[in-house]
Design a binder for this molecule. Sequence first.
Ligand SMILES: [Zn+2]
Length: 102
Amino acid sequence: MITVTCRYCDSPTIITNGRTKSGQQQDHGTACLFSGTLDTKEEARKEKEHLVEKLHHERVSQRGIARMTGFNRKTVVTLVKKSRSHQAARQKDPSFARKADY
Ligand SMILES: [Zn+2]
């Protein structure tokens, strides 16, 4: 039997509490009064952000990246800027030298 536990207190006393606008199951923890979804989309977003960095490295256009990932183009611009500043920090720091992980 699969027991679903609360995201915050790991208590198994959870009841379903309808759906979100996007159709995700919402739950209500009766022990800590938590209310919301148990599985967040955080992991999927992190993966997509990494994909943006990779596509930018392959010189895909910002609009192309936006079409492929489903992000807004402004979000793509922000992520690319973020990855650029990360690369700049990497080049200054000698511990990152000669470490190709892309
Ligand atoms: Zn809880």
